[in-house]
Design a protein around this ligand. Structure first.
Ligand SMILES: Cc1ncc(COP(=O)(O)O)c(C=O)c1O
Length: 455
């Protein structure tokens, strides 16, 4: 047999988020085709993509409306620079995103981290243009994740990354997360939320003069293991930011486009007027193109935009990417928006979510599972294990069961495409339960940890 694609990849490709040495034991799976929620590897095995390929794929792989839109666009205009030029797909997409979010002035890049960079720079620069150059610091939340470029890492609270790259970063302030899993024993969810709001209030009271913006992932902190928190925190954060003249940046990169049950997660938080809160910036990516082409966008308010409206170049927003507003990616995004309208995706997801929640009962009831949580099309469970190899072994075992699942630490989660059939859902749950049993049966638990658990 010739050298496999997986073998060649191991030598030629530096894989992301991967200790390459580990690939000696577990080479990457080579995928040759995608069909709906299924991936087919080079041996012909079928693998259900239960994490939407890092949370991007909304309607499965090879989704015809997106493919056809891209092919149609390819016949007209593949790419042009967006400085001094424009084109219909980017104009239409900007208008429609504006109508959906109540913000506007869409600024484009190609990935989530770049959207974070844009929002941070735009916020600080807008304060500077308004005569408040001292407002250039940021606040992030404990466990928050906003990407891995240097600016985005400075508002990301993943200790592993922060420690490795600390000398390169100008770290933001990190305030307590409203994720109830951080509540002290005996403290209710409500009391924990209130304490987190108070911590934000105290910080802003002291530091608002130097703070440009608070950045957060609305409702779900993905990389923290799908930590889910109450909309009440968002409502309070909006009110406090207003009071102290600090921008609120909602990073909807992972949770936008229906993932939490509403088109955008922040729309579940209400202000004092009973209306959904309005952030100062929204960052979008991932599901924006249905996970087919790289694209991100930042939308903002008229007030922020007005701060840049000037004759001086130095007061313009100083940022650009080669692929800003790529026409093919914009057409993919327009096909996504059309699909939401045509197929009433949010209503369909409600039915899918109810069914998958019912089928997932064996996981939720499993004796080694706690902190079951679900919102929209995201499910998560914490597994009672101290085995540091749990996530990696689960991932590998699940692949052998025909499932793409990658726990974060000891948090197992499903974040599937929105197109699962009953049979897909059953395969997912049965496979996850069998994987869990198998992985727990071969746990590497140190004797002290075992003694602790038995105590
Ligand atoms: C909330 C959030 N923000 C930003 C990012 C970074 O996006 P990208 O990986 O496209 O840079 C991610 C990626 O997982 C994310 O989940």
């Amino acid at each position: 047999m010739g050298v496999t694609l997986a073998e060649r990849s191991r030598h030629a490709v530096w894989h992301p988020c991967t200790q390459m040495k580990g690939l000696d034991q577990a080479p990457p799976r080579a995928i040759v085709r995608g069909e709906g929620p299924w991936l087919i590897d080079e041996q012909g095995h079928r693998i259900l993509d239960a994490v939407s390929s890092w949370w991007v794929n909304l309607f499965g792989h090879g989704f015809a409306p997106i493919r056809e839109a891209i092919i149609d666009q390819l016949g007209q205009l593949d790419h042009i620079m967006l400085a001094g030029l424009t084109h219909a797909p980017v104009v239409e997409l900007s208008e429609r995103l504006g109508a959906l979010t109540g913000l506007g002035h869409a600024f484009y890049a190609s990935d989530g981290a770049s959207a974070t960079e844009i929002a941070l720079k735009m916020s600080a620069h807008s304060w500077r243009n308004r005569g408040r150059p001292g407002k250039h610091r940021f606040i992030g939340l404990q466990g928050g994740y906003h990407g891995e470029t240097v600016g985005a890492l400075s508002v990301t609270d993943i200790p592993l990354f922060r420690e490795a790259y600390a000398p390169l970063l100008r770290l933001s302030a990190t305030l307590p997360s409203p994720d109830p899993r951080h509540a002290a024993p005996g403290v209710s969810v409500e009391a924990h939320t209130t304490a987190c709001v108070q911590a934000l209030a105290d910080h802003l009271a002291e530091h608002h003069e130097s703070t440009a913006a608070l950045i957060l992932e609305p409702l779900v902190q993905g990389a923290a293991g799908m930590g889910m928190y109450a909309p009440a925190y968002l409502s309070a954060a909006r009110a406090l930011c207003d009071h102290h003249q600090v921008h609120l940046i909602c990073d909807e990169i992972a949770v936008g486009f229906g993932r939490t049950g509403t088109m955008f997660a922040h729309q579940q938080a209400r202000g004092a007027d009973g209306q959904p809160i309005r952030p100062d910036f929204i960052c979008l990516s991932k599901g924006l193109t249905g996970g087919v082409l790289p694209l991100s966008a930042v939308l903002t308010t008229d007030e922020v935009y007005a701060a840049f409206w000037d004759d001086r170049t130095t007061h313009g927003f100083l940022h650009s990417h080669s692929y800003t507003g790529n026409p093919l990616a914009c057409r993919a995004a327009l096909a996504v928006l059309d699909t939401f309208e045509r197929d009433d995706v949010l209503a369909r997801n409600r039915a899918t979510a109810a069914r998958l929640s019912a089928l997932a009962a064996p996981l939720t009831r499993h004796p080694r599972v706690s902190s079951h949580r679900q919102i929209g099309m995201i499910w998560a469970w914490d597994i009672d294990t101290t085995d540091p190899t749990f996530a990696a072994r689960f991932h590998r075992t699940a692949l052998d069961m025909g499932l793409l699942l990658r726990p974060i630490g000891n948090s197992l989660y499903f974040m599937p495409p929105y197109v699962l059939t009953e049979a897909d859902m059953q395969h997912l749950v049965d496979g996850a339960v069998r994987t869990l049993e198998q992985v727990l049966a071969h746990e590497a638990v140190s004797s002290s940890a075992r003694a602790e658990r038995l105590a």
